[in-house]
Design a protein around this ligand. Structure first.
Ligand SMILES: [Zn+2]
Length: 477
């Protein structure tokens, strides 16, 4: 973005002094600064999944919301059936969404006109599905299978368990907690189960390898350009720019490194929430809840401070000085900061996932579960709109970053989160974090648990507010 950093942010006034200082800085200084920040972002990043397994948290967030828990069961139908029936309406909707994205999203990469979805009654279901995926610019390998991820808290009737690869295009991880069950076309299923299951689905490969430098033929025509940060050869790193949003970074960082603005969760929220409203309006209620869940995933990711902030707890000065030292031939400090950042991010997600799964299996309400379910703070936020994920959700998460990083360091074993020679990502499968935490001083864990419950309370509130917004849009003529 060539103009003042916050010029496109509707709810954000330019921060005082930001633009005037830019006038003072000459081009060479900005170029040098850009190099410093680029060095920070070019390092390989850890897998970026936001919260681990969104569906477990979503079951708790929606199980007491009347609009979802009280909704009539819906009949499952394949994606192809919805696309065929609503082909013309989808053409109009996606065209309108592209106009909106070009006018609204900072650093947007316009969709090449040749990818626009056009109604063609005579083509096969497979051709129509392919055209739809390419118009959305998601991975052509996306499964969109008919499946549910059951609530770990509920008793399951006999069900056909699907292999991981039938639902998720990514390789199965060791000790995966995923369990997918098959549903048949025409089968009646609960709206809550469809919605909660779909909130996890964007982590199943939908946003993998979409960049020009990704090893995928379709990515070459998508027009997203080269990956803005992370390593394009690491498949899991390529989804990060769709699941993170650094909208509220210090102006100096954002101005010096405009590539960090090339993140697109707002695009995904807009695409899927619009499709959800259309599906509800046209009687394809199953896809109404399914698309709504897909949209929610990106909103929920932005409640994670490590997805809304480049380096929670590290100051702008810390980042820039570490890069300056690296460029001068002393890379150790920068490498240490990156490892610690990644370890804390992964440790938080693992702790949250283990905690919620253990709570669900024990059948006892924990503070985290109560926070997810409680609707008391929902109305305190502004009403849902197309920029809510950026202006409300990511802003709040960004602000929580520094305190959260401190709480992680205080509560978790130092070996896991304060030792730059330890790689949490490599050793993750062998770590029982909850067991290790139980050996810690309980007074030190209390603050982290309180913060985690608070973050999950926001996860629940923003998820419900998004659903209220989608249902309201669907009710409009
Ligand atoms: Zn995600």
């Amino acid at each position: 973005m060539a103009t003042c950093l916050f010029a496109t942010c509707r709810r954000s006034a330019p921060r005082s002094g930001g633009c005037s200082l830019l006038l003072w800085m000459d081009a060479q200084a900005l170029k040098a600064l850009a190099l410093l920040v680029a060095g920070w972002m070019a390092l390989p990043c850890a897998p970026a999944f936001g919260w681990s397994n969104h569906s477990v948290a979503s079951y708790r967030a929606f199980e007491a919301m009347p609009e979802v828990a009280g909704a009539a069961p819906v009949r499952a139908e394949p994606l192809e059936a919805f696309l065929k029936d609503q082909e013309r309406a989808i053409e109009t909707l996606l065209a309108r969404q592209e106009v909106w994205a070009r006018a609204t999203i900072a650093a947007y990469a316009p969709r090449p006109d040749g990818l626009a979805f056009k109604a063609m009654a005579g083509r096969s279901d497979a051709e129509r599905r392919q055209a739809f995926l390419m118009a959305l610019r998601v991975s052509p390998d996306s499964k969109f299978a008919l499946y549910l991820q059951p609530d770990p808290q509920a008793r399951l009737a006999a069900a056909t368990v699907l292999p991981h690869s039938a639902v998720n295009a990514l390789p199965e991880q060791a000790h995966s907690s995923y369990r997918f069950i098959a549903i048949a076309a025409g089968e009646r299923v609960s709206a809550l189960a469809v919605l909660a299951s779909a909130t996890d689905e964007p982590d199943y490969g939908l946003d993998i390898n979409l960049w020009q430098d990704s090893p995928s033929p379709s990515a070459k025509v998508y027009g997203f350009g080269p990956i803005p940060f992370g390593n394009p050869a690491l498949y899991f790193a390529t989804q990060a720019p769709f699941h993170m949003g650094f909208y509220h970074q210090a102006w100096l960082i954002s101005k010096a490194a405009p590539f960090i603005q090339r993140t697109f969760p707002l695009l995904r929220v807009h695409q899927y929430s619009g499709l959800a409203a259309l599906a509800f309006q046209s009687g394809h209620t199953y896809w109404g809840w399914r698309f709504a869940g897909l949209a929610l995933h990106y909103v929920q990711d932005l409640t994670q401070p490590y997805h809304a902030s480049l380096a929670p707890g590290d100051s702008t000065w810390t980042m820039l000085s570490a890069n300056a030292m690296a460029m001068a031939g002393w890379p150790r400090r920068k490498e240490q900061l990156i490892v610690l950042l990644s370890n804390r991010h992964l440790a938080l997600e693992k702790y949250q996932n283990q905690t919620l799964l253990n709570d669900a299996r024990s059948g006892q309400d924990s503070a985290a579960q109560l926070a997810l379910r409680s609707a008391t703070r929902d109305a305190a936020y502004p009403a849902w709109d197309a920029l809510y994920a950026r202006d409300v959700v990511a802003r709040e998460a960004y602000a929580a970053g520094a305190a959260l990083a401190s709480a992680i360091v205080a509560a978790m074993p130092a070996r896991l989160v304060s030792d730059p020679d330890f790689d949490f990502g490599v050793r993750e499968a062998e770590i029982d974090l909850v067991a290790e935490m139980q050996r810690q001083d309980p007074t030190r864990i209390g603050e982290l648990d309180r913060m985690l419950a608070d973050l999950l309370g926001r996860f629940g509130a923003h998820s419900r507010n998004a659903i209220r917004g989608i249902l309201k849009a669907a009710a409009r003529p």
